[in-house]
Design a protein around this ligand. Structure first.
Ligand SMILES: Nc1nc2c(c(=O)[nH]1)N[C@H]1C(S)=C(S)[C@@H](COP(=O)(O)O)O[C@H]1N2
Ligand SMILES: [Mo]
Length: 310
């Protein structure tokens, strides 16, 4: 017969099950707290995500580990190295947060992020993100279609494009002191691109509010375009009749076009776009037309010369 010695007894052996459960829970939350201390890069937007349902589209490819998604970032407002955003973005205050919508629409106005969250049921969508620099990730976003957000402001017949702007506050964003871009960071979409159900406003990833470095509290995700179109920490949205000029287009018009659709057949002037390195993998993958979303979005560009409209 096997006799347990005192040091082999677990809590479960000596306490009623519910007490055991309660203690487990307490220990786990303690562990969660300790884990947060060990992961200083994980400052999250101060919001609560309600119910999340699986959204349409997406991919079933392996997700990029949370550690990579949150420590290998581009967010020049916090510095130009991949590690900077995780280390230097703690100073950003994401609550309260207001998004101001203006331009060619019948119902312009400012909305608080908590009200945006109340108005839009959340979906999880696992999407590829392909950076123009040649790497990619697969990220489980939490958000809602940009189209649902746009409809609330009733864009009028002159609204042919929509422009987005990131917060521009030197006190909170140390990278703004260097003029690597003509701040604020701006981006734009044609109206039909913006209304496409694949265009997402993300407020979370991996089931939790967005980490600051990933664009908290609210950022765009346009998975069929190069990563820089997915503008972070949005404070302004403006409906326009004329095509906006994005921050990257302004910086280098011969290298970054307005459309910036992922296209293995159109090279960047300084490097090929035919392959990509999925973060965490060694062998390179072939880059897919429209980042693998051709079936959903190719019709948006029928008849257009995609070499000219890069
Ligand atoms: N405001 C702002 N948005 C931004 C950027 C930036 O520097 N500033 N970088 C872009 C680029 S180049 C990429 S590849 C993605 C990276 O998103 P991730 O760090 O969440 O993976 O964010 C995009 N959005
Ligand atoms: Mo990028």
């Amino acid at each position: 017969m096997l006799i347990k010695r005192a040091e082999d007894l677990t809590e479960a052996d000596v306490t009623p099950y519910d007490v055991y459960r309660e203690r487990r829970r307490f220990m786990q939350s303690g562990l969660a707290g300790a884990a947060a201390l060990a992961m200083p890069w994980l400052a999250r937007a101060n919001i609560t995500l309600g119910k999340i349902t699986p959204g349409p589209f997406g991919t079933d490819e392996d997700k990029t580990p949370l550690k990579d998604v949150t420590t290998y970032n581009n967010f020049y407002e916090f510095g130009t190295s991949k590690a900077d955003p995780a280390i230097r973005s703690g100073s950003l205050v994401t609550d309260p947060w207001t998004v101001t919508v203006s331009g060619e629409c019948d119902k312009p106005g400012s909305v608080d992020l908590h009200d945006i969250l109340k108005a839009h049921p959340l979906q999880e969508r696992i999407d590829r993100l392909r950076c123009v620099e040649g790497w990619s990730m697969v990220i489980p976003w939490v958000g809602f279609p940009l189209a649902d957000f746009i409809k609330g402001f009733q864009p009028n017949a002159n609204a042919k494009y929509v422009e987005f702007e990131t917060l521009n506050d030197k006190a909170q964003m140390p990278g703004l002191r260097r003029r690597v871009l003509d701040w604020p960071y701006t981006e734009g979409l044609r109206m039909d691109e913006a209304m496409h159900p694949l265009a997402l406003l993300a407020v979370g990833l991996y089931g939790e509010p967005l980490p600051i470095q990933n664009g908290a509290p609210i950022r765009l995700v346009v998975p069929w375009k190069y990563g820089f179109k997915s503008i972070k920490s949005i404070v302004k949205v403006r409906f326009r009749e004329t095509q906006p000029i994005s921050a990257w287009q302004k910086a280098a018009p011969s290298e970054y076009g307005f459309y910036s659709n992922v296209n293995p057949k159109v090279d960047h002037p300084r490097w090929s776009q035919r392959r990509e390195r999925r973060i965490g993998e060694f062998a390179k993958r072939k880059t897919l037309m429209f980042n693998g979303y051709a079936e959903q979005v190719a019709s948006l560009y029928s008849g257009m010369d995609l070499k000219k409209n890069f």
